[in-house]
Each structure stands twice: as structure tokens, then as C-alpha cells.
Write a protein that binds this ligand. Sequence first.
Ligand code: ZN
Length: 258
Amino acid sequence: MKVHHLNCATFRPPLVAGGLVAHCLLIESDRGLVLVDTGFGMNEVTDPKATIDGLSRKLLRPALDITETAISQVEKRGYTADDVRHVLLTHLDLDHAGGLRDFPKATVHVLDTELEAATNPRNAKERARYPKKQREGVTFETHKAEGEDWFGFEAVKSIDGLPEDVLMVPLIGHTRGHTGIAVRSDDGWLLHAGDAYFYRGEVETPPSDIFALKLFGKQTAMINQQRVSNVERLRELKAQGEVEVFSAHDPVELARLA
Ligand SMILES: [Zn+2]
């Protein structure tokens, strides 16, 4: 499968040199186009005050560039929104799922616990992170976080309508239903680890971190202990060298793959 690495939003938070991206995948498969995460969509870019909360705008300083939206990048390649048949989401945070309403014909795949967290938030933290509007008119298909072994990780395989080599690899922690998405590209296995970590050094051996991003990872996690243990597992997977592991927001990882 041909896989394109896209940046679907740029952020320039203070204290993070080089900024952050929203690394999404556009997959050209025999079942049509598949997106992994959407980044911000037209709604966020054209009306940020109505869609993105004030604290996030201040902390993350999003560029809000219309040419970065997934829909603009799909159209630039000569396709239309309707050609996108499936969207797989690492989770439902706005910087990953804001663009859902730009693809009304797509089936959106998430873990069942993620949709549950969005529709029945347990606390103020969950209530704040999942604006209801972003899910209006969206067709969801939920999946249980269980399945077969994939490089030592449990993976949800054989998702209806999707090619066999597109899997969900649950990485719970950042949110209740956070998952990685694995894709076997023409160049080998990729694992989009979403927000399982924020800085590439966290999964390198030996690990390193940036203080602001380490704090951000901890603060935004719903189940931090599980998040921390997943970072360790991802570091081992990366060290094995068979899977290209990357996160959603690291600009250097994106530049290496794009
Ligand atoms: Zn994110």
C-alpha cells in the first residue's frame, strides 16, 4: 500500500523549539482512501474561537493554515472528500479528529472505550477534551481492544472493509481508548503511535526528553501509569528495528518519513 505522511496542523508552543505537527497518514488502498487521524479540519481553521478552547489556543498556538487540512491535501492529490472511505483514529482529541466532518462518507473507526469516554465523560478532564459538535453526523464503528499478537502487542485485526494490513494496536493511557494504528506500507510496517509519547527521544535507547513535553504528556494523560509502560514497550519495539515507530506530533519524525 502506498502511504503518504501528511502534516495536518502546525503548532508553535513556547518552550518547544521546532514546534509540533499533526502527523496523519493518507493510504491509497484497493478499498479506497484511508486516513489515519485528520488533524484540524475546516471548522477549526476557519472559526477557531468557536471550535478550539481558549487555553489550547494560547498554549499550543496553532498555525490554522487551510492548506494543511486533510481535505485540502486530499483534493490537492486529485481526489474528493467522498473518496475517503475510512478514517482510523488514534483517539478523539480535536487535533486528531477535528477534520472528521470534512469526510461525511467515511466510516470512522475508534476503540469502543474512546467513543464511550467522549459520549459519557467521567470527569471534567474528559468533558473538556471532546466537544460534541465534532461528532455530529459522523458514522462511527467501534472496536474492542482485543485481538491477535502483533510484534508482542495485542492488535485488532481484520477490520471490516479495510485491507488486512491495517490494524489497531491499543495503547491506552493518553485517553481511555487511545490506540496506535499499524499499516504495512510498500516499505514495511509503520506504527502511528498517536499521543503515546510526544518527543522522539522518549522511544530512543537511551531515552531522553524535553521537560515541557514530558510535563504535557503527564498532564494530558487519563491513565498515566499505563501511558508510561507503553512508552517502554514502544522503545523495545523500535530497538528491534522491524517496525517504523512514530508519534503524532514530532516534526523530526515526520520530516524523516514524509
Ligand atoms: Zn495530540
